[in-house]
Each structure stands twice: as C-alpha cells, then as structure tokens.
Design a protein around this ligand. Structure first.
Ligand code: ATP
Length: 252
C-alpha cells in the first residue's frame, strides 16, 4: 500500500547477564541504516519479567506490522504470549480484519535455542538482514493448560519432568553463560528418580511414555523419565511436522 510499516522491538536489557542491553545499543545505528527508510522503528526496553507480554499486546492492538523480540528464549516466549489474550489472538483495533502482525526475533540471549533450531547464528546483524528481506512463514504454536485451565502458549519447547528440572535449574546459573545448561542438567540429574509419565493423545487411551510412544507424538523426544515437545521443527522448509493439532494430556 506504500504505508510505512511499524516495527516494534521489544528489548530485554538484562538478557544474557546484561549483554543483550549493551549489544542492542551498539546495534541501533546498523538497524536504522538498514530499516529506517522502509519503516517506523519503535524501541521498547522491558522493565522486568512479563513486561514484554503487555507491551506486545498493546503494540498489536495499535496496529504494529511486526513485533520483534530482542533477547533470549525467555523474551521470545513472553512476546509470543503477548500475541494472545485469554486464549485468543490479539487483533489490531483499527486496521481491518485482514491485518496481521508478524513475530520476529533478534537472538541475543544466553542459549537462544529457538534460533539454533533453525541454524541461525547469534549474529544480530544477520537477524536484521532477515527482517529487511521480510521472509515470513507460518509457525505452529503449542498451548498448555495448567490445573486452573489458564492457557499458556509456547513456541520453542515444553519440557516434562527431567528436562523441565534441568531447564529450571539452568535459570539459576545464567551468570555462567552457556555453561548454565550443563550445570542445570547435572543438578537435574542429581537425586533424580525416573517416574512413569503417562500420556493420552487426542482423547485416546492413557499410555506410559517410552521412546516409542514419544516418537509417535509429533515432535516429542524422550529423556529418562521426561519428555520434550516442540511445536515446529522447521517452518521455512514448508514441512510442518504436526499437520493437525495434537492434544496431549499427561500425568506423572
Ligand atoms: N528488565 C528486566 N529485568 C530483569 N528481568 C527481565 C527484564 N526484562 C525481562 N526479564 C526476564 O528475563 C528473562 C530471561 O531473559 P532472556 O530469555 O531474554 O535471556 P537469557 O535467559 O539470557 O537467554 P536464554 O533464555 O536464551 O538462555 C525473561 O524470561 C524475562 O522474564
């Protein structure tokens, strides 16, 4: 339409032990050189956990063309959840029913596992070049409901039991950089006892999870007494791994 597009960058200054904030400042001149002639750049620095969710919702309601997470997987996760409100997608208030907001990522976190899944390097300049090229793709999203029924969305991975413990402990060691994941895994294994994990897929029978069962459930992987579920493996190959929604109930 020739309208200048509005791109909102949601930056977590504390990501990667504060490195995200510093790298972002160094990146700004490059970002403006590459993008400022095509779109309005709006920068939002988060003030604490969950702020990225609210900022994203407001940006989408205001008609943003893209909301771009700048940080690690935690920031990306919050931005993804900002695309929804009470389980439904958030929409622009006055851009018409066809207007869609794209999700983007400049991976600047400690692990940046989501970016690695697609073989993207952690080089933020390459991420900006991807945004300038404007290559878009549809992505699967996972949704989980806790005991109180509140929906919670995930784009990268949902972990159950052992791998969830490893991730939980890793978050306590972020000051050690990437080593935090090794330390988290070791601490997760410490005193770990395998427990039977039972799942029910699409309302079928309850089954105890083993490697074979996990393989049958879309993108699930099994690790001694735990499971990792990934919504999408590679959207850019056009080969979505879970063609239909899969509903999984589990008990432990
Ligand atoms: N201003 C802030 N101060 C403190 N924490 C924040 C702030 N903004 C966001 N956060 C929290 O920081 C958490 C971790 O951030 P993020 O994922 O960007 O970095 P990381 O943990 O270093 O990277 P990765 O998750 O890829 O290993 C987020 O889940 C978010 O809740």
């Amino acid at each position: 339409s020739g309208r200048r597009r509005d791109f909102v960058f949601v930056v977590n200054p504390s990501g990667a032990n504060g490195r995200t904030g510093k790298q972002w400042k160094q990146l700004l001149p490059f970002l403006h050189t590459r993008l400022a002639d095509q779109c309005n750049i709006c920068e939002c620095i988060t003030s604490g956990p969950s702020h990225a969710i609210d900022v994203t919702r407001e940006a989408i309601k205001d008609g943003a063309d893209a909301v771009i997470a700048v940080g690690g997987d935690g920031t990306l996760h919050e931005v993804v959840n900002g695309f929804f409100w009470k389980g439904s997608p958030v929409r622009a208030l006055d851009r018409g029913p066809d207007h869609l907001t794209a999700l983007g990522l400049i991976p600047l976190g400690t692990g940046s596992d989501f970016a690695r899944t697609f073989g993207w390097s952690n080089d933020p300049r390459q991420a900006i070049d991807r945004i300038v090229r404007g290559v878009k793709s549809k992505l699967d999203i996972g949704m989980m409901e806790g005991p109180n029924g509140d929906p919670h969305f995930f784009i990268n991975v949902a972990d159950i039991h052992l791998s969830a413990k490893a991730g939980y402990f890793a978050s306590m060691y972020k000051r050690f950089g990437n080593l935090c994941y090794v330390l988290g895994a070791l601490r997760g294994f410490w005193g770990h006892s395998n427990r039977d994990l039972r799942i029910k897929v699409n309302g079928g029978e309850w089954r105890t999870v083993d490697k074979v069962t996990a393989l049958c459930v879309g993108n699930a992987k099994y690790f001694g007494g735990g499971m990792k579920i990934t919504p999408t493996v590679d959207p850019f190959s056009g080969d979505l791994q879970v063609p239909k929604p899969v509903k999984i109930n589990f008990t432990i």
